[in-house]
Design a protein around this ligand. Structure first.
Ligand code: GLY
Ligand code: MN
Ligand code: MN
Length: 431
């Protein structure tokens, strides 16, 4: 058995025990996790891409399994009802030949319907209809139990950290190749294809749609296209590209200056990179992520002043709200089997923690603990619709801002494990 497989055994042992406790606290005899079902396009016979429900993946790592069910009961090996009908149109689902499968009772089945449950009180979790829950005589998605199981995903096991580290290592190979494609004059589509080729993962298996933004497209936060034509001028590239490894996600962003970048762009890029490294150094158990997010805004204000995009004091820039126009997203989020992992806006005691009124997009509002894996992704963008309400401000050097607009924006994103000994950056730093 490899070291990773040994870690996976420990992961499953811990999960078993934690589920036993959560089920007892919430007064159920077991929980049935539904992997989910891909949605079919209306009036069509084609399906959307699919990823299984996070709690199902937490046990199995299997994101492609559709119509499958996992029954977890205290004192029993979990039963995986694997939807694998005989089919000559498709290859029936198969599990890998790996030691973890021996920890489960596997029941291959033809039907996508839920299995019959033994006598007792059960919850069913996942994208199930009320008719299915009624038929099972099980409670669908009870919020207290769902929150308790979400909480089990917040602190990562050694196995999960290994998977996240490997996902990062592989994704960074893709980033290196993608950068070469950009330097060689590639269009967004060429860069995306170069990335996918390097990491050898199909697009629909990625944890999110890669963002490949050349020039102004880098300022569209979740830019969703891949332009097949390279622009005449090469100002910049923002690449936010991930990878999945055994169900676990990498979420990495790099920004590069192109050969036609204006001279002001490179110092800004260096400034955001340095800010990101300073913020990573501050990661530690007990630190408020909201306070770190605020520190990002302080750093951005200082950078905007230093780079003479705004002629004002750092305090005045913060007061004006301009940093939120230049960076409307949060500093980062929890990362795991989902790219935006669960449990980020609730305290360890289960109290909801709403984001600050000025930061509605902040996905992580809790205090950091050892074992959390977070993204750290400060950004600085020229987004015309957000800057427009500030047009009247004479302290903004609008001619300099406009020269940067064709570069879209800057984001630098790493994935970092919080430990008692300090931050452990899972993202290789060479690219
Ligand atoms: N890739 C999406 C994000 O950075 O949150
Ligand atoms: Mn990202
Ligand atoms: Mn992210």
């Amino acid at each position: 058995m490899t070291e990773l497989e040994r870690q996976q055994h420990d992961h499953l042992d811990a999960l078993m025990q934690a589920y036993d406790e959560a089920l007892a606290v919430h007064g159920v005899d077991g929980v049935l996790l539904f992997s989910g079902r891909p949605s079919r396009h209306f009036g069509d016979d084609q399906y959307a891409s699919f990823s299984a429900y996070g709690h199902f993946v937490h046990w199995t790592g299997q994101t492609p399994l559709t119509d499958s069910w996992l029954l977890v009961r205290p004192g029993e090996p979990p039963t995986l009802y694997l939807h694998a009908p005989a089919d000559f149109w498709h290859l029936p689902a198969r599990l890998p030949d790996a030691p973890w499968t021996a920890r489960f009772t596997i029941e291959p089945r033809d039907t996508p319907d839920p299995p019959a449950l033994p006598p007792g009180r059960f919850a069913v979790l996942g994208d199930v209809s009320s008719a299915v829950a009624r038929h099972l005589d099980a409670e669908a998605n009870p919020p207290g139990l769902v929150a308790a199981l979400d909480e089990l995903r917040v602190r990562k096991s050694a196995y999960e950290v290994s998977c996240l580290r490997e996902a990062n290592r592989r994704a960074m190979d893709g980033h290196r190749t993608a950068r070469e494609a950009f330097d060689d004059g590639g269009a967004e589509l060429d860069i995306q294809l170069a990335y996918l080729g390097a990491v050898r993962q199909r697009e629909s298996d990625m944890p999110y749609s890669n963002i490949v933004g050349i020039n102004a497209h880098g300022g569209v936060l979740h830019y969703q296209h891949y332009d097949p034509v390279a622009p005449a001028l090469k100002r910049s590239l923002l690449l936010d590209a991930g990878l999945r490894y055994r169900g676990y996600s990498a979420d990495i962003t790099r920004t590069w200056a192109g050969s036609d970048a204006v001279p002001e762009f490179q110092p800004l890029l260096a400034g955001v990179t340095a800010l990101q490294q300073r913020l990573i150094a501050d990661l530690a158990p007990g630190v408020s992520y909201v306070a770190l997010h605020q520190r990002m805004h302080e750093g951005l204000a200082a950078l905007l002043v230093e780079q003479r995009l705004i002629d004002a004091s750092t305090e005045a820039v913060l007061e004006s709200g301009l940093t939120r126009a230049f960076c409307p997203h949060g500093l980062g989020h929890l990362l795991g089997v989902q790219v935006h992992d669960v449990g980020g806006r609730v305290s360890a005691a289960g109290e909801p923690l709403a984001p600050p009124a000025d930061d509605p997009a902040l996905r992580l509002t809790r205090e950091l603990e050892a074992g959390m894996v977070v993204t750290m992704e400060p950004g600085l963008y020229v987004i015309p619709m957000l800057l427009e309400p500030h047009r009247h401000r004479p302290e903004v050097r609008w001619e300099r801002v406009e020269r940067l607009a064709e570069h879209g924006g800057i984001r630098i994103e790493d994935n970092v494990l919080v430990t008692a000994d300090g931050p452990d950056n899972l993202t290789p730093q060479e690219a």
